[in-house]
Design a protein. Structure first.
Length: 320
């Protein structure tokens, strides 16, 4: 009989490769560091190749480790899914849910609602991965992902939670000093604060009610790959930025920021839950999906279908 793969060692390697730390992997797995190290060494001996470069300060994947990482993640995810499906026969959500979300949204809005879910589902744990980069859900072994975008067609299953308005905004002080632009072309030569993970970070398209689209090339003192990094410069009145309402709704409500050029809007986006295709969802994933849908579809910055977007005090006064 052919010798079975060392599934335990592959699973341990997957966790170490994700954490890039034997100590953190041991803590996550509830094992000793020595047990984790021995499992990886056992796998390296079996494969005849080193999977990590080890120094006293740093752990890095070798080329063989990088090639094996995705396969190991899939093996671990498949094993967890098999266990979860077996446990799901009693209908009680249990097990680990791997969830990916954007960094700023995850910290400001997702993390604060998770304690309520975890308190209601004592047998469920969440492995939360925060990054503004687009995560490969299938390759990374994730059960769910939150994405804030106009999503292209793909093999992923998508559930739209709510619309998210994006607006060009600035402080009242900036607008008083420099004047409020009325047309996208007025932004040429203005200080624009840019977000690097926009679909087109080097071009800002705007569309009006008549369907006309004007695209400008933003220039300014700061561009960042995280929206929170733009907030201090924006609030200090150093320029204009295109921001989603979930980032600025409190600033709009207080009057610290104002919408600019309201007749011209950036392309619409939405908050979406995305899931890998294929097998039925385990009870733990369905429970979290339902919870997040309820939590975010009624958020103060959410834009439900057919409803007007959040208004700032200035806009509300203009409507009365």
């Amino acid at each position: 009989m052919t010798k079975l793969p060392d599934f335990e060692a592959w699973a341990v390697f997957a966790v170490v490769a994700d954490a890039l730390s034997f100590a953190r992997a041991a803590e996550e797995l509830g094992l000793s560091k020595a047990t984790v190290s021995k499992a990886v060494a056992r796998l390296e001996t079996r494969l005849g190749a080193r999977l990590f470069h080890r120094t006293s300060r740093r752990l890095a994947l070798t080329e063989a480790g990088r090639l094996a990482r995705e396969d190991a993640a899939r093996l671990l995810a498949a094993g967890e899914a098999a266990e979860a499906r077996a446990l799901d026969f009693n209908g009680v959500p249990r097990g680990r849910v791997r969830l990916a979300a954007p960094m700023s949204f995850g910290i400001a809005h997702l993390a604060p609602v998770l304690p309520e879910f975890l308190a209601a589902h004592a047998q469920v744990s969440i492995d939360l991965h925060l990054s503004d980069a687009v995560i490969d859900l299938v390759g990374g072994g994730f059960d769910l992902g939150l994405r804030i975008a106009a999503l292209p067609d793909s093999s992923l299953r998508v559930r739209r939670l709510c619309g998210v308005r994006r607006s060009l905004v600035a402080t009242p002080a900036y607008l008083e000093r420099h004047g409020a632009p009325k047309h996208p072309e007025d932004l040429q030569g203005r200080a624009c604060l840019g977000y690097a993970y926009l679909p087109t970070p080097d071009r800002w398209p705007f569309t009006n009610a008549a369907g006309e689209t004007v695209t400008i090339v933003p220039e300014g003192p700061l561009r960042a790959n995280n929206a929170d990094a733009l907030a201090p410069a924006l609030r200090a009145g150093l320029g204009l930025a295109v921001q989603p309402d979930f980032t600025i709704w409190e600033d709009l409500k207080s009057g610290r920021l104002e919408r600019v050029m309201p007749d011209w809007q950036p392309p619409p986006i939405a908050l979406n839950l995305v899931m890998p295709p294929g097998l039925p969802r385990p009870a733990r994933v369905s429970a979290l999906l339902t919870f997040l849908e309820r939590a975010f579809s009624t958020a103060p910055w959410a834009q439900p279908e057919g409803q007007p977007p959040l208004a700032s005090p200035a806009e509300a006064q203009a409507r009365t």
